[in-house]
Design a protein around this ligand. Sequence first.
Ligand code: ADP
Length: 595
Amino acid sequence: MPGAIKASFQTKLFLAALTSVVIALAVAGALFSMAMRRQTDERIEQTLIAEARLAADSLARGTPALRPGSWQADVAALDAEADRIGDLVGARVTFIAPDGRVLGDSAETLAGIAAMENHAGRPEVVAARQSGLGVSRRYSDTLKIDMLYAAVPAKHPSIAVVRVALPLTDVRHQLQAILTATLTALGLALAGAAAIGWMMSARIGQRVHMVAQVAARYRVGDLTPPRLDYGDDELGTVARALDDSVQEVGRRLAAQARDRARMEAILAGMIEGVIVVDPQGRLQLANHAARHMLKLDDLALGRHYVETIRHPAIAELVASALAGRSPEALQLSPPRDPSWTIVARAAPATSGGVHGAVLVLHDITDLRRTDQVRRDFVANVSHELRTPITAIRGYVEALSEGDATPEDSRRFVEIIARHTLRMERLVKDLLRLARLDAKQETLELVSCETRSLIQAVTADLASALEGRGQRMSIAIASDAETLRGDSAKLQDALRNLVANAISYAPEQTTIRVEASRLDGRVTVSVSDEGPGIPEEDLSRVFERFYRVDKSRARDPGGTGLGLAIVKHLVELHGGEVRAENRAEGGARFTIILPS
Ligand code: ADP
């Protein structure tokens, strides 16, 4: 609520300024009026004393003394003198005889004077006689009001003391006037100060409001630097310093967010699972791979690793990393999926003397599988080579003994030649697979005539076909007369499929090669009337050295690599090859080329 902030801040500032001005003015006013009152009081008193002295002096200079015979007349003359002086000084003037009788008073008639009390005991009179000056404030019995008296001795034969008096109400009036003037001045000063204070507090309030608005914007996350002039004073300096700090913090936060995004992108892209555990054992971070491997859900973050990682061996690894140790890597299978193999490594992540832990999970299932395949392959190759080598060695030994008949010798040599041929085929197929594996064979894609492709294969295998009395039937759909591919490689693939059909189908049967177009893709299928392939082996016949009938492994005809080569060659084209059994019996192999 910036408005409320402004109002309250401005009002507070104004009230503070006003209060201090009021206090300052009140103190100054009080001191001033006190000083003025004292001064005025003193001045009035001094004036009264001076007037008393003047009156006494005037008496001494020419006023005749009382004569015994004309007492009444002389007192009247003295009273008249008192009235005259009283008029001159504007105060009550009283003449007092040495015995205390009043001989003249400007405020009384002659009759009144006669009735007046003896004044010898009046404090100012007593003091005047003793010390030459008496001043007193008190209630006048004669006038029935408070009076200020000043009395001095007179050098006059009949008058001992001259007293001048002023009603205290007069004095108070004068003092009141001073007070009123002071208060008026103070009131004006206060009004002026209030106006100036209000204007100043409004300006400062406005600036504070401006800074508060920027702060409110920062609070909701908008850190765009404001184009504001904060001013050159302390408020401006503070606002600028805070603004600079916010901008700096903003820059650091942005850099941190960038780093974090980068790190998250890296972690998300990693195939290794990464888990970070804080020193209290709570999961701070788990990337996608780790969640997948350990089957963690989104709620696992922030929870203790013992509750979430439900694999005792991994939990133990994390525990020792949290204790600051670097445990040995472990090989294990994730929970509920024993077909996987994972290598788990944990290391302490130390910061500020406390240990968190980083756990890295490496899925080596594929590595292990590849390793297994490689080992199987080596075993298979050795096995495949052992059969012909053993046979060749046996017949070579038999020949070298020299006791074989010429007919046996010819038969032995033939057998040796067949096994040598089989070994040559095996090595040739192995080398081809190796080349295909290493992607050393490149495609030369051209538009080919489907029919001439198939006929070239038939021509290659003509003698084998003839040998087994088999027929070839070729059917090419009108939309599949041409296809796009590497003619030599497609011929190799087809030759393998037709050769298999010749080998596995009985004699005097028909082998069908059909080409058609399906969904824009050309398919070429080879069907035979042979025994077909058991359903459970259909998916595996393309594996290296996989044979349906293991006893045929001894058959020197096949290497067990033909279909693996076909698969490679078709996949090189971006196509696929499928094996299936025909409903009417026999196997069908279909090559599907991409459109
Ligand atoms: P091979 O050199 O043994 O023929 P292939 O890789 O060409 O090796 O074939 C693998 C296995 O698939 C063969 O051993 C055979 O059991 C089976 N097979 C291949 N083609 C046919 C077919 N047309 N009819 C029946 N079985 C076949």
